[in-house]
Ligand binder design. Structure first.
Ligand code: UDP
Length: 244
């Protein structure tokens, strides 16, 4: 069953929690065409306000996970629907766990050579029996993409994880998904870096308090420029709450 899809500031998001998201991925695997799993967070909601191409891509996605706590809170405040935060970095291992049990084949694309390699090793160790049928680092030249598409299609993978960061991975998915014979393609940002141990996730206390975004900001200040979307998002949500 498809989850209920709501719109926050005109941007679609699915009302799911982690187990519903995994269940939706499983139904997508049974489907007849490849569909995208895209993370929705305040930054992406703000970007989509002035980016009709991104908005269109989001509308066509098979699953839009509430990746950022800001999206969950906005949906609650505006009484649009109930959902739980489903971080893309947690959905990916949850899909791998299911894939190991069900025999779905996965392909890992993105990250540096070492990060990509190490992420594969970590996943194999963590989920015995997981079939990783292909891996490719994320620094290929544009002219090498045709070969990559062939490699992915020949691998027989049902699930493709793309870790190129945003918006690169969304643009890549929009361009190449129609040529791929996979069923599910999730954009996973820096998840391979976390799996490989190159980048640490926030300590449990920060995660529990939904302050992972703050921790990442403090430990990687280059993200500050990207995060200027947050106060704008909060202001637009409050304004919508007041005028309703
Ligand atoms: N990356 C890549 N190819 C590129 C640019 C980036 O494979 O051309 C990888 C990079 O090595 C890193 C990930 O994409 O593993 C970006 O992670 P980031 O944390 O910036 O993504 P976010 O989750 O913030 O979108």
């Amino acid at each position: 069953m498809k989850p209920r899809r709501i719109e926050i500031l005109g941007v679609p998001t699915d009302c799911v929690d982690m187990s519903q998201a995994v269940a939706r991925v499983e139904t997508m695997i049974e489907g007849s065409r490849g569909e995208a799993v895209i993370a929705v967070n305040p930054e992406k909601v703000m970007k989509a306000q002035n980016d009709p191409f991104l908005l269109n891509q989001l509308r066509g996605a098979g699953l839009l996970i509430p990746d950022g706590i800001g999206v969950v809170l906005a949906a609650r405040l505006l009484r649009l629907g109930r959902m739980s935060q489903v971080p893309g970095s947690e959905l990916m291992p949850a899909i791998c766990e299911r894939a190991a049990r069900k025999g779905y084949r996965i392909f890992l694309f993105g990250g540096s050579v070492e990060v990509n390699q190490r992420a594969g090793e970590v996943l194999r160790a963590r989920y015995p029996g997981l079939q990783i049928v292909g891996q490719q680092h994320g620094y290929l030249k544009e002219e090498e993409m045709g070969e990559l598409v062939q490699q992915i299609n020949a691998s027989g993978a049902e699930i493709l994880f793309v870790a190129l960061g945003s918006p690169k991975q969304e643009l890549w998915m929009a361009r190449y998904l129609p040529q791929l014979s996979i069923k599910v393609c999730q954009g996973v940002g820096g998840t391979f870096d976390v799996l490989s141990g190159r980048v640490k996730r926030a300590p449990a206390l920060f995660r529990k308090m939904h302050l992972e975004w703050f921790y990442r900001l403090a430990s990687q200040p280059r993200r500050l420029i990207r995060q200027t979307a947050l106060p704008k998002f909060a202001w637009l949500i409050l304004r919508e709450k007041i005028v309703r």
